[in-house]
Design a binder for this molecule. Structure first.
Ligand code: SAH
Length: 379
């Protein structure tokens, strides 16, 4: 199949690890998408070929199917989460990330418990019923500190969901956070392929451990989110097919994906940005593979295109996570260059978002936005 202009931005050729026999026609691609819809599973080689075939015709085909499936599952409702980025200190040194510990240019900050509670107060007024506490892996926030924080939010906002996104911790810590009242946990696996994981991370970080954390989180009864960057350096269609296989096994409640965007003060400063079209295609394929997923249209997607969030929803996403961090620190949580919504007031952000979502025929709902299986989960 001839690559169209869009798919040319996705590196094809030597570094694509698809078996030589698999070059799909559009007709074959559609047939695989139909099978994914019926069986919710393809072999790794089939998935890699389907991903590699990324072209506008297949993207359209997948998008229309994904949106119909999404509408059947969640109607026209879009769930919102207030994202509180409470620390940009991090002990890890991931090569792609702007807040890696070696980046001496990062202007570091930590929010106090009072700051965080003020964000929740503001968020509640704006209609948020989920607070996401995200940060670098910052030992300053001990297990006891986090437990105390969760208890406080749980007491003050009994009708709100609490999501944590604070990286890899011991199983016992995850258990304590859950008992204290946390409902959900986001931990992107970043890439499910061992060799690729090693390209993106220093030696002291392991994919095995990260995956084990995800299995622990599921087992403890969190609504669990994994996810990966699209177009990170060295990524191939085979790697992405492994991501789909891992998701098929883990059966997470949420999956967060977005384009890799280089940060100028990291080892990947000179690398290419991930393709938005590929992100949209993968969002659709995720929706088709696992219809009940909570799928955010991420900030990174909004950063690479002015209508990124809307396009994400049209491709199958049903969640948006606007920033609730205090305006004074927003630009400091710089994981990548050019991040959007760093200057606006939270309230402005909220009404702008509402207009954007309505422009594509969807509406923001004021509720916790739990995964449909939540009531069945262990409490
Ligand atoms: N410390 C937490 C939160 C990480 S930040 C954790 O380990 O889970 C949230 C996500 O931002 C990361 O999981 C990563 O997928 C994404 N991210 C980091 N740097 C990025 C970059 N340069 N481009 C795009 N996404 C990036």
């Amino acid at each position: 199949m001839k690559a169209d202009a869009d798919s040319m931005t996705w590196k094809t050729g030597d570094n694509i690890g698809v078996s030589e026999c698999m070059r799909l026609t559009v007709k074959e691609g559609k047939w695989l998408i139909d099978r994914l819809e019926q069986e919710h599973e393809l072999s790794k080689a089939e998935m890699a070929a389907l991903i590699d075939a990324n072209c506008s015709e297949l993207r359209d085909y997948a998008r229309i199917k994904a949106r119909a499936i999404g509408d059947r599952q969640y109607g026209k409702n879009i769930y919102i989460r207030g994202l509180i980025e409470f620390t940009n200190y991090c002990k890890n040194d991931c090569y792609y990330c702007g807040i890696r510990c070696s980046n001496t240019k990062a202007d570091r900050y930590r929010l106090s418990k009072e700051d965080i509670m003020a964000c929740c107060r503001e968020g509640k007024k704006l209609g948020f019923r989920t607070f996401v506490l995200q940060g670098g892996e910052d030992p300053y926030y001990t297990e006891d500190y986090i437990v105390d924080l969760i208890r406080q939010i749980r007491t003050d906002y009994p009708d709100c969901a609490i999501t944590l996104s604070i990286g890899e911790r011991e199983r016992e810590s995850y258990e304590r956070f859950r008992k204290a009242g946390a409902d959900r946990y986001l931990l992107r696996h970043e890439t499910a392929a061992e060799s690729h994981y090693q390209k993106l991370h220093p030696q002291n970080l392991s994919l095995r451990h990260r995956k084990q954390c995800l299995w622990n989180l599921k087992d403890i009864g969190y609504q669990t989110g994994c996810g990966f960057m699209v177009g990170s350096p060295g990524q191939t269609a085979d790697h992405l097919a492994e991501d789909f296989q891992f998701i098929r096994e883990l059966q997470p409640e949420m999956v967060g994906i977005g384009p890799f965007i280089p940060h100028s003060d990291t080892p990947f400063a000179g690398e290419m940005q991930g393709s938005m079209e590929l992100v949209l295609y993968l969002l659709s394929l995720l929706r088709i593979q696992q219809p009940d997923l909570l799928l955010p249209a991420t900030t990174a997607l909004a950063t690479v295109h002015p209508r990124g969030r809307e396009l994400g929803i049209e491709a199958g996403a049903n969640v948006v996570m606007p920033n609730l961090s205090p305006v004074g620190v927003r630009d400091k949580y710089a994981l990548y260059d050019g991040k959007v919504c760093t200057g606006e007031e939270a309230a402005e952000c909220r009404s702008c978002l509402e207009r954007r979502i309505e422009s594509v025929g969807y509406r923001i709902v004021v509720n916790r936005g739990d995964h449909c299986s939540a009531k069945l989960m262990k409490s």
